[in-house]
Design a protein around this ligand. Structure first.
Ligand code: CAA
Length: 381
């Protein structure tokens, strides 16, 4: 595999690094303190063409390759994992399902608005009693004339408080208990009977919106169904495959940032008459961190390249997410350790990396689910 970035990919990297450094970094402290959704930065990502990187020009996107999209998540997440997940969820699971499974009419109606950033996308699969076992979801969609009536609820919906469109999964066949009876719908925010719950107070990713959703006799025109009746679970899982590469890239960004902060601090901080980087207890930590970050980078960009070449990459996406998210957690823990007492205060970014990293092992499929997916591939492919 050639890991040299093309000129176009290098340009994307440089543009995103500039944006992250000049516009995102100054906003991080406020995002942390106020836990407020960074709407201005999201609008700005739209202006820069970042909200539709891999979307065809025909639908208003930048039509760049998948690796460029992953570069953007990686670089943004080095500065703000919050903005990284907003971008990843919006594109991978908020927009792509319409691109891959929508009718021409649905694509024309929604994708240009999503790709330009005028609309923000969200993905509503998880329910209070259906997390890892997503196929057991209970939200019902009952056919009534030319509409479906939705009743039920969703939890932990990223971008949910701000999103304009939601890809909602609901059971259209009461008799099928697993994923088979599930269908997907494109739901607009202002649909009667649809309401958004209060934001979760999270350990990390301050500023990102995580809410519950409620459907109470919520009437959705049948024309809003995505794909065919009963195809919803396939739509959910196949887009999650792709989404997991985005979360792996977010994890990589956090891990790399944590490593860089730890290395810089270790060179500066003196104890026992020399920089602590000269102490083997610290330099070996840095060596282990660098090794894991480098390995994550290879896995993330391998999965991205495969997705870009339209190769089957479910196994590689799960491997990248499993490894990069563990690396983000471990690297952030070690970065705090290298900083000693200072690392446990809000004055140093490593404290934020530590809190932001953990969810990467949980959302878009826990690490345990990634192991199920990987072992299924290993044993059955
Ligand atoms: N692509 C397409 N189809 C797929 C697929 C894939 N990757 N994986 C499975 N399928 C199909 C199967 O072929 C099967 O179809 P048939 O019945 O026709 O053969 C069907 O889907 C059901 O597959 P399984 O029997 O494997 O399903 P399962 O119920 O045993 O569950 C699972 C599989 C891997 C555990 C799955 O439920 C899963 O991934 N769970 C985790 C859910 C998850 O990731 N949630 C994240 C929520 S979104 C989020 O987090 C966004 C955010 O906020 C950041």
């Amino acid at each position: 595999m050639n890991l040299q970035f093309t000129d176009e990919q290098q340009m994307m990297r440089k543009m995103v690094q500039d944006f992250a450094e000049k516009e995102v970094a100054p906003a991080v402290a406020r995002m942390e303190a106020e836990d407020r959704f960074p709407i201005e930065l999201v609008r700005r990502m739209g202006e820069l063409g970042l909200m539709g990187i891999p979307i065809p020009e025909e639908y208003g996107g930048a039509e760049m390759d998948y690796t460029s999209y992953i570069i953007a998540i990686h670089e943004i997440s080095k500065v703000s994992a919050t903005l990284g997940v907003i971008l990843s969820v919006h594109t991978s699971v908020g927009t792509n399902p319409i691109l891959y499974f929508g009718t021409e009419e649905q694509k024309k109606k929604y994708i240009p608005k999503l790709a330009s950033g005028e609309y923000l996308g969200a993905f509503a699969l998880t329910e209070p009693s259906a997390g890892s076992d997503a196929g057991s979801l209970k939200t019902r969609a009952q056919k009534q004339g030319d509409s479906y009536i939705l009743n039920g609820s969703k939890v932990f919906i990223t971008n949910g408080g701000e999103a304009d469109t939601f890809i909602v999964f609901a059971r259209t066949d009461r008799d099928e208990k697993n994923g088979k009876g599930v269908s997907a719908f494109i739901l607009e925010r202002n649909t009667p009977g649809f309401s958004i719950g209060k934001p979760e107070k999270k350990m990390g990713l301050h500023g990102s919106s995580t809410v519950s959703l409620n459907f109470d006799q919520c009437e959705v025109p049948a024309s809003q169904m995505l794909g065919n009746e009963g195809e919803g679970f396939k739509i959910a899982l196949s887009n999650l495959n792709i989404g997991r590469i985005g979360i792996a890239a977010q994890s990589l960004g956090i891990a790399e940032a944590a490593f860089e902060h730890a290395a810089a601090y270790a060179k500066e901080r003196e104890q026992f008459g020399k920089p602590i980087a000269k102490l083997q207890g610290i330099s070996f930590k840095l060596a282990d961190m660098a090794t894991a970050v480098e390995a994550s980078k290879l896995l993330v960009y391998q999965a991205a390249a495969m997705q870009g070449n339209q190769e089957k990459c479910g196994k590689q996406a799960s491997i990248a997410k499993l490894f990069a998210s563990k690396t983000a957690v471990n690297t952030a823990i070690e970065a705090v350790q290298v900083h000693g007492g200072y690392g446990y205060t809000e004055d140093y970014a490593v404290e934020r990396f530590f809190r932001d990293a953990k969810v990467c092992e949980i959302y878009e499929g826990t690490s345990e689910i990634q192991r199920i997916v990987i072992s299924n591939h290993v044993l059955n492919d």
